[in-house]
Design a protein around this ligand. Structure first.
Ligand SMILES: Nc1ncnc2c1ncn2[C@@H]1O[C@H](COP(=O)(O)OP(=O)(O)OP(=O)(O)O)[C@@H](O)[C@H]1O
Ligand SMILES: [Mg+2]
Length: 242
């Protein structure tokens, strides 16, 4: 039985898709079978980030509405043969939470990890929480983002998902040093979740997200996601903080 993990945030654009994609790729690089499902109707991005865009025919909406079999919508990612992607619908609409929960139950028997990349809207968070065993809140150190992350962590906790971890993304140490943003301890305490990883602001990540390049094995960010993946697997990997 695999693990279903939702990635959530209180604000848009903080890096949920980025963090979930490169965590999924890092897990896949360890030989585990990984499926990344994007739950963001009408605003999908994983297809571009993972280089799948031009090959897509079916999506999550088609699977839930019975227009295709899940095997027709789940695509192997060019990033890693052990990583598969189920893309969000291109058009906005409401996905059936019950059908999604049933689908995730089946998927968790077929993959070691199912990662759910959600949207910063209550509906997607509730739907994902109902299907997940644990949650990762993605936040930047920006104080407004930190506050919204606390709200979403509390929301997830109230939905009976008690295993909540935190990834701090787009961290620029010089900004912490100059007190432009609060330090990491403040962020962790304010959000109230155990730290899973600290991802730097990185040109390598921005380049990889454009869908033209894989995240280079030589870059620090690659190693950061390797450590996050190890910690997701319950291993005692020290944090890599620049
Ligand atoms: N650590 C990082 N370093 C550099 N760029 C980053 C980093 N994290 C995210 N980005 C950039 O920020 C943009 C937004 O990230 P992303 O799409 O992952 O956010 P999101 O939370 O999934 O957004 P949405 O709420 O719209 O789904 C991406 O284009 C990506 O290139
Ligand atoms: Mg996203």
């Amino acid at each position: 039985m695999g693990t279903v993990t939702m990635f959530a945030s209180g604000k848009d654009g903080v890096g949920k898709s980025t963090v979930s994609l490169y965590t999924a790729a890092a897990l896949a690089s360890k030989g585990q079978e990984v499926l990344l499902v994007e739950l963001d109707s009408g605003m999908r991005s994983i297809d571009v980030m993972s280089g799948l865009y031009s090959n897509l025919v079916f999506d999550l909406g088609d699977v839930l509405e019975g227009r295709c079999d899940r095997s027709q919508a789940i695509m192997k990612s060019p990033i890693n043969p052990h990583l598969s992607i189920l893309s969000a619908p291109f058009n906005q609409g409401t996905l059936s939470a019950d059908r999604f929960m049933s689908l995730c139950q089946v998927l968790s028997t077929e993959y070691d990890h199912v990662l759910l990349d959600t949207a910063a809207v209550t509906g997607a968070i509730i739907t994902a929480a109902s299907a997940s065993m644990r949650a990762v809140v993605v936040s930047t150190p920006d104080p407004i983002c930190v506050r919204s992350s606390r709200v979403v962590a509390d929301t997830i906790y109230d939905l009976s998902l008690k295993d909540i971890r935190l990834v701090l993304n787009r961290v620029v140490p010089a900004r912490i040093k100059r007190k432009i943003v609060p330090n990491l301890d403040y962020c962790i305490d304010a959000i109230g979740a155990r730290l899973l990883g600290v991802v730097p602001e990185s040109d390598d990540i921005a380049l990889a997200c454009s869908g033209n390049e894989k995240l280079s094995k030589q870059c620090v960010s690659y190693q950061v996601f390797q450590r996050i993946a190890s910690r997701m697997n319950g291993e005692d990997a020290p944090l890599l903080i620049q």
